[in-house]
Write a new protein. Structure first.
Length: 84
């Protein structure tokens, strides 16, 4: 986001700013009034996502970076699907 604002992103960076603000609002609301039934599957998915993101930062090859980032995203959706 920093690069878009200071790099001259202009109006094109507004959707990103709106998304970031919306995510923070949802996060804080979920802490306050959310359902707190955390299971072992939720914790396992969290750790798998963190490991995939760490490997994504370490790996310098574009194909593996895309695979790891996508796998972290997919594993992160598992608790969402379970809770919905």
């Amino acid at each position: 986001m920093h690069f878009q604002i200071y790099g001259g992103g202009g109006v094109g960076s507004w959707p990103l700013i709106f998304t970031v603000i919306s995510c923070f609002i949802i996060f804080f609301l979920s802490l306050r009034i959310g359902n707190k039934d955390i299971t072992g599957l939720d914790i396992a998915c969290l750790f798998l996502s963190i490991i995939a993101l760490f490997l994504w930062i370490v790996v310098k090859q574009p194909v593996w970076s895309v695979i790891l980032a996508t796998s972290a995203e997919i594993v992160g959706f598992i608790p969402t699907v379970r809770k919905s």
